[in-house]
Ligand binder design. Structure first.
Ligand SMILES: *[C@@H]1O[C@H](CO)[C@@H](O)[C@H](O)[C@H]1NC(C)=O
Ligand SMILES: *[C@@H]1O[C@H](CO)[C@@H](O)[C@H](O)[C@H]1NC(C)=O
Ligand SMILES: *[C@@H]1O[C@H](CO)[C@@H](O)[C@H](O)[C@H]1NC(C)=O
Length: 346
């Protein structure tokens, strides 16, 4: 009996990859000495998730969770569900309006805090005092530190969100470095920067970002940017990993979730189309960040079930053919800002 228990315990330990934390995803080494799980879950609710084409593009970037039909309680439950499913990278941002719910879920879970990789991001309208902005996030999260703090966008707005502000992201980066020193965040990174901007930052700063978080999915491969980051030892997080064409109505385009080729690839491995897409991104060395909305609540568990198979080279090639340099997320309210990043999608 004892032997049997040991055997089962051993099998379970092995099934959780090589991760000391007990999460299901393997760990990646960051350039600052920390490690990070290779799959994450984002608790952000953006207007680009909303199907209403008229949805407010006027002010800043987001709608509240409630407006996308998820109550704070549902978000807390979803965070708990993600942790139970083996997620250890939990992604939020000041602008998502979900930091408090994430914080409450972290209070409730039995997963120890030090096993969780908590990410939050500096809002585009809050760049005057980075350390103060992070302290406000920590207060909402009810945490003494986060594992990763990111500049959410190279674009800036005035604090009342009514107008553009031209704040050099290299100056903002100095504030990020300052936030890391007393341990308010263990690592620092960037989100939605393009290759020109990352290069300029590396030239002008002595501290490298550890991670770059950008949209990558079947329709937007971003090979040049990924290769550049790889050469510079920067890990790439792939947000919006299913892309907008997965299940949103986009005129003139079918939905990827119904694509027979992708379904066929999945059937070979006994996997769903989203699982195949996440696995494809994992095999490209990226960190997919699955995203919550009221439709994906049910898929949290299955989305983590991607570490027991490998796509063949031929299937990797098949999936690569969907690249069209087509970007899903390009907030209209960022357009015409001097640091607008999404000029070249190739
Ligand atoms: C969007 O706005 C237009 C013009 O105000 C209106 O005719 C249309 O019905 C709106 N669409 C939705 C989905 O609300
Ligand atoms: C914040 O965390 C502490 C423990 O670290 C806990 O005692 C307290 O209840 C939490 N506050 C809220 C508002 O959740
Ligand atoms: C990156 O953004 C800057 C500022 O908006 C722009 O000048 C540059 O062309 C962009 N580079 C690419 C590769 O898109």
């Amino acid at each position: 009996m004892f032997l049997f228990v040991c055997l089962i315990a051993g099998l379970l330990a092995n099934s959780f990859a090589d991760d000391k934390d007990g999460g299901k995803a393997p760990s990646l080494q960051l350039n600052d000495g920390n490690t990070m799980p290779q799959m994450g879950y984002s608790f952000g609710i953006h207007h680009w998730d909303a199907r209403d084409p008229n949805y407010s593009h006027s002010k800043c970037c987001c709608i509240s969770a409630a407006e996308y039909m998820l109550s704070p309680f549902q978000i807390e439950t979803a965070v708990t569900k993600a942790l139970d499913a083996g997620y250890r990278l939990i992604d939020t941002a000041a602008v998502y309006g979900t930091e408090e719910q994430v914080g409450r879920a972290l209070q409730m879970t039995t997963v120890p805090r030090e096993h969780i990789f908590l990410v939050t991001k500096l809002a585009a309208y809050d760049k005057h005092d980075v350390v103060f902005a992070l302290r406000k996030s920590l207060e909402r999260l009810n945490q003494t530190y986060v594992d990763m703090y990111m500049i959410a966008s190279p674009v800036s707005f005035t604090p009342d969100k009514s107008a553009f502000e031209e704040i050099d992201y290299v100056d903002t980066w100095r504030g990020m470095v300052e936030a890391k020193t007393p341990g308010l965040t263990r690592s620092i990174g960037l989100a939605n920067f393009n290759i020109t901007q990352v290069k300029r930052l590396l030239e002008l700063s002595h501290v490298k970002p550890s991670v770059l978080d950008v949209e990558i999915n079947l329709n937007l491969a971003q090979y040049k940017l990924v290769e550049y980051c790889k050469q510079n030892d920067i890990v790439v997080m792939a947000h919006t990993p299913l892309g907008r064409r997965f299940d949103h109505d986009s005129p003139g385009h079918y939905q990827l979730k119904d694509d027979p080729t992708l379904r066929g690839v999945g059937e070979k491995y006994g996997k769903t189309t989203p699982q195949v897409i996440y696995r494809y991104l994992i095999q490209r060395g990226l960190v997919p960040i699955a995203k919550l909305n009221s439709k994906t609540l049910e898929d949290i568990e299955t989305s983590m079930d991607i570490f027991d198979f490998s796509l063949s080279d031929i299937d990797m090639k098949t999936l690569s053919l969907y690249n069209e340099n087509y970007r899903s997320v390009h907030p209209k309210e960022w357009l015409n800002h001097p640091y607008y990043p999404f000029v070249d999608n190739s």
